[in-house]
Write a new protein. Sequence first.
Length: 152
Amino acid sequence: MSINTILLSDFTDPRFRAAFQAYFTELGISVRDWDGLFREMDEEKTTLAYLALDGEGNAAGFLMFQLTAFDNWFFKEPFGFIREFWVAPALRRRGHGKTLLRMAEDYFKAHGADRSVLTADDAVGFYLANGYERSPSIHAKNKMEVFVKTLR
């Protein structure tokens, strides 16, 4: 199946919203105010997403990401952060997730980031197979395991 991707800088696209709601449903997360959640996401203005669409224009998956920096009084290092990532269950294990991941990594490299960072509590094998390594020295607020990939 052919997948097309579009880059989103706002989250008003109904296809993205449907995919995001399916993702949260799969995780067992309920949201009382979807409009409020999407409004908050739109207002943030630092997060982007690749939205994967199947041949009929339906959402097949998405990868939300942002450029950010490890920053202190002396050093600053830009890096890419994978925030949320989902592929429709019926389309998994067909290379679509890898394609979305590579697109985000290419975006990071094109914008000066040498590393990509994410947290995960599932799909660990997928991230390891795609060049990510566990990083026990980085601690995430969500308490999940942190994975890092050098991009250059």
